[in-house]
Design a protein around this ligand. Structure first.
Ligand SMILES: [Zn+2]
Ligand SMILES: [Zn+2]
Length: 339
């Protein structure tokens, strides 16, 4: 008989404490480059089009930077807050958090499968994000750049909530269309963009009861107050930062129209709470425009910029470009790179 070998000691590798890699920080004198791509929305399974239009070109650029020996960091993450998540949660009968936990893992796995090499693939629902958003909010309050205004929105008494545009359905008001199931933001039949209050015979999508119009107070960012500062800033930075013609033209077109105040709060539950007694039941709309991914992205990047003051910021915009990028990313003294 064979001598009994001593019991091999089984080591469960996954239970060993993993030494986390040291954080990548800007190195003085080196070319430090922060790369981000549009943040994919969390409520779906990414497909090839998302990868091509979103994370792939930034990954190629990040690989190039690493090969050149630049101190480059590529950051992305799932965009988790907002109406679409709340709606999906209602559909799948679970909480928004459960939706995000489920789909974040799916996104993470898909990008790994495609060998997209992020230095960090995070989540916009991370506590750091809340901290940064609330700090920005306090700063805006301190500078007296926020004002209050009353808006009218549809409210469902049965569900006890204001209804986001997509949670309202009704008859399309467009002449000749009369589509019965037009959404609060758009009629799928005639493609006309709508306001939920324009719908004929609106119904709450969840309980099918008729909502009523109710006043709701919101906070607005007084962008017109920042106009002069912004023009000065853009004139200087677009030259120093070697902005592309595209970026300059888009910015100027936007300034020419004149800055307008923007609503920065929303009647939602799933989001960063507004740190203000009167507005504590609302969330901070860091998707200030409908280009929600872009806005999230800007803050996400802004957060990184705040935290590590990286210089030489390069921003991979994928298919998106908006005033928010120029405004926020520009502020960091970085450059906008459109690929
Ligand atoms: Zn229609
Ligand atoms: Zn309802």
């Amino acid at each position: 008989t064979r001598p009994k070998s001593p019991n091999p000691k089984r080591i469960n590798l996954s239970s060993l404490p993993m030494a986390s890699p040291p954080p990548k920080l800007p190195i003085p004198g080196r070319r430090n480059i922060l790369i981000t791509s549009a943040l994919p929305y969390v409520n779906n399974v990414p497909h090839l089009g998302n990868i091509i239009g979103c994370v792939l070109s930034a990954d190629v650029f990040a690989r190039y930077c690493r090969l050149r020996g630049y101190n480059a960091i590529y950051i992305c993450g799932t965009d988790e807050y907002g109406t679409a998540t709340e709606t999906k949660a209602l559909e799948e009968k679970c909480s928004p958090k459960e939706i995000c936990d489920k789909y974040h893992v799916i996104h993470d796995e898909v990008y790994k499968w495609f060998d997209i090499k992020f230095d960090k693939f995070g989540r916009t629902s991370a506590p750091e994000q809340t901290e940064v958003c609330q700090a920005i909010f306090h700063k805006l309050m301190e500078n007296k750049w926020l004002t209050e205004n009353t808006m009218q929105q549809l409210y469902c008494d049965t569900c006890e909530r204001f209804l986001a545009d997509r949670l309202v359905e009704g008859k399309c008001p467009t002449e000749g269309c009369n589509y019965e199931a037009a959404r609060g933001d758009q009629c799928e039949n005639c493609s006309k963009l709508l306001n939920p209050t324009e719908l004929i015979d609106p119904k709450c999508k969840v309980c099918k009861n008729a909502p009523r119009i109710r006043d709701t107070d919101h906070l607005f960012l007084e962008l017109p107050l920042l106009s002069d500062k912004l023009v000065n800033y853009i004139n200087n930075t677009s030259v120093a930062g070697m902005w592309s013609q595209n970026a300059i033209q888009a910015t100027n077109a936007w300034l020419k129209e004149g800055l307008k105040q923007r609503c920065i709060t929303r009647d939602l539950k799933w989001g960063v709470p507004v740190p203000h007694e009167k507005y504590k039941d609302k969330v901070w709309a860091y998707q200030i425009s409908r280009y929600s991914a872009v806005m999230h992205l800007s803050y996400f990047s802004f957060m990184i910029v705040c935290r590590c003051s990286m210089s030489g910021l390069m921003h991979q915009l994928g298919t998106y470009l908006s005033q928010h990028h120029i405004r926020l990313i520009g502020r960091s003294g970085g450059r906008i790179l459109i690929m």
